[in-house]
Design a protein around this ligand. Structure first.
Ligand code: O2Y
Ligand code: MN
Length: 646
């Protein structure tokens, strides 16, 4: 192997080269051709006939110059990094070990919900019918004809002059009965390197496929703009024509035009949540937007908890909690997605289908998440953060780790100082880092059977009226709480300030099928095994001066302690209108740094809850109508009656 492959950090950036000439340079082929196209890397005889057929169809459609079949090896990874270095997609970060910074085209920086579609024969398989005159907000439907047209209007010839990478990946530990396999075909080396971190990738997956020839097909291209102008050679994309398509009946994902995050790392949101939720419904399990953590109390008793919070509510922070309560220990299984299925004993077991964390960088710091900070400074690809003159990274929140005298270059490549009046890192900038190097990764995080789940938490950012913690009265009440989830978000684009938005189950952007049917599926889980207790948490309540009434972070372990006690059926609660809350003496508020007032944490303002129930009803009726199971409307009516008694 050439020396450059071994010593990638020493490679000087090459002068601009065309993709074509680079493609010719990397011909380390073992085999010669597939479908008349040169194989530059990998072994076609490793592919099962159905994988080969998918590759052949994709070649015929996309017409790449060459094909690279990924094996997931270190040598291959170094080749991929070298290609990205040469093309200017990444720069090295010599302050750390094997860390890289990618900077995208500024037009390609986030998931694009408005361009994300689910294809079914009938629209009502995908989305509930909103009330007349109301715009539906629970997903986008595309017809089978338009699905085909979208593909044929974009993909033919889109990989000309480029390498097509074939990425075999497993969501979940290889060979686990809860895992599923995918083949992503992409023309982005950034996607290859990131998928290697975020999923189990390469030859072992192809070996597994020979035992179970069943996989999800995922086709991705960064695209070729119609005008042919690649403004950002280092980050090709086609923002004008970006589209993310899912066809559940064919287990097919097709993504065009974006190289970023959830749009291109197709194992994550597209597979593990959208297509995953449709498979889960068919097979009787749950694919959820949830972290998974293990918590051990001072007596050594351990339980696992999952939690669904909308974006920007601290899922990664909770998954990596550093408890302030003495003697407690939290261990991380996953920070974003949980696949949960009942075992033969009726115990709900969860796996994290991912292999890495794709976490938001800004706000991550030694103060907010020291465990993440101990995880991310090796073997990591950062995207759209700022970099420092001493070869490191910087983002908002890292002020205290900044050595004096270093200069900062912002995510757009411009010199930056605190006085610049703009952000150094893009708000959606990310670290993509292997989960296995998290210092508190759980011993059982790759257990093929999954971990047993004792409690499910729903939560949101609710400045007013919603207590720190309450427990559902029953499974159906808990499902109602998930369906009624709301959270504060910043409507930055519309400049309307903060608004309370509905985000049922934290899945609004990720439902793979009609939300009403999804709720029915959740209700039906009670017939399959012993369902966990459900809780709602809110770390973000504010007092009349706008100050948070709960310190959060490590002190959230006090809330988890109460949850553990409830999982052991301790009678440490009182019944209130919205569910069960900790009895006054039951929440451990000892030795807190700040004085915390139980009344402020748990008061239930009647006017607020009357309005809340009215708004939930309006939302259900206008967005879901008769698709929402009657049981959920009944739960809402009962809540309204109890609130009237406050
Ligand atoms: O912008 C993206 O593509 C990233 S979205 C994302 C990434 C990691 C975990 N969660 C999310 C999310 O949007 O929920
Ligand atoms: Mn997420």
């Amino acid at each position: 192997m050439p020396e450059i492959v071994e010593k990638i950090n020493d490679v000087p950036l090459a002068s601009p080269i065309t993709r074509k000439s680079r493609a010719q340079q990397t011909n380390y082929g073992l085999y010669s051709h597939i479908c008349g196209t040169n194989i530059s890397y990998g072994n076609v005889s490793c592919l099962t006939s159905s994988v080969k057929a998918f590759v052949e169809e994709s070649i015929a459609l996309c017409q790449p110059d060459q094909v690279h079949i990924c094996d997931g090896s270190d040598v291959e990874n170094k080749m991929i990094l070298r290609i990205m270095l040469e093309e200017g997609t990444i720069i090295p970060l010599p302050k750390y070990e094997n860390c890289w910074l990618a900077r995208t085209n500024p037009a390609d920086v986030a998931r694009v919900e408005s361009r994300t579609f689910i294809c079914t024969e009938n629209i009502d398989e995908t989305i509930p019918t909103p009330k007349e005159g109301v715009r539906g907000t629970l997903g986008n439907w595309i017809s089978p004809d338009d699905f085909q047209q979208s593909i044929h209007g974009r993909f033919p010839g889109c990989m000309k002059g480029r390498t097509m990478y074939v990425v075999p990946f497993s969501m979940g530990p290889l060979g686990s009965p809860l895992s599923k396999i995918g083949i992503e075909i992409t023309d982005s080396p950034y996607v290859v390197a990131s998928m290697r971190i975020m999923a189990r990738m390469g030859t072992p997956v192809l070996d597994q496929l020979r035992k179970q020839d069943e996989f999800i097909r995922a086709l991705h291209s960064v695209g070729t703009p119609l005008n042919g102008i690649l403004e950002y050679f280092s980050w090709p994309c086609d923002p004008e024509r970006t589209i993310i398509l899912h066809n559940p009946s064919e287990n097919l994902i097709v993504s065009y035009g974006s190289g970023y995050g959830g749009n291109s790392l197709l194992g994550k949101k597209c597979f593990a949540l959208r297509i995953g939720s449709t498979i889960a419904k068919r097979e009787g399990w749950l694919a959820e937007h949830m972290l998974i953590l293990g918590i051990t109390n001072p007596d050594g008793e351990k339980k696992y908890i999952t939690a669904a919070f909308p974006s920007a509510c601290g899922k990664t922070n909770l998954a990596m909690l550093n408890p302030s309560l003495p003697g407690y220990k939290v261990e991380c299984v996953g920070d974003d997605i949980a696949w949960m299925k009942f075992d033969t004993e009726g115990v709900l077991r969860a796996i994290n289908p991912e292999n890495g964390f794709f976490g938001v960088a800004p706000g991550t710091s030694l103060e907010t998440n020291p465990i993440a900070m101990a995880t991310i400074f090796k073997n990591t690809i950062f995207t759209n953060v700022a970099y420092t003159s001493d070869g490191g990274v910087y983002w908002e929140g890292m002020e205290s780790s900044l050595a004096s005298g270093v200069q900062i270059t912002d995510w757009l490549g411009k010199p930056w100082t605190k006085e610049s009046g703009r952000l150094a890192a893009h708000p959606n900038s990310r670290f993509c880092t292997p989960a296995g190097q998290c210092p508190i990764i759980d011993l059982h995080w790759e257990d093929p059977q999954g971990v047993p789940i004792s409690a499910i938490l729903f939560g949101g950012r609710r400045p007013v009226g919603v207590p720190l913690i309450y427990e559902a009265r029953s499974w159906s009440h808990g499902v109602f709480i998930g369906a009624a989830m709301r959270s504060e978000s910043t409507a930055a684009a519309e400049h309307k300030g903060k608004a309370i938005m509905n985000d049922p189950f934290a899945m609004r952007p990720f439902f793979g099928y009609n939300f009403g049917h999804y709720v029915k599926h959740w209700l039906s889980m009670a017939n399959r095994g012993k369902v966990p207790k459900i809780f709602h948490v809110n770390w973000f309540r504010k007092d009349s001066n706008g100050k948070f009434v709960w310190p959060g972070y490590g002190d959230n372990s006090r809330v988890l302690e109460w949850i553990l006690r409830r999982c052991n059926e301790e009678h440490c609660y009182i019944d209130v209108a919205i569910g069960k809350i900790p009895a006054k003496s039951a929440l451990n508020l000892n030795n807190m740094k700040e004085v915390t007032d139980y009344e402020e944490l748990f008061s239930l303002p009647k006017e607020f809850w009357l309005q809340e129930t009215a708004e939930i009803r309006a939302y259900f009726e206008s967005q879901v109508g008769s698709d929402l199971p009657q049981e959920i409307y009944n739960e809402l009516s009962q809540l309204r009656e109890r609130v009237a008694q406050i």
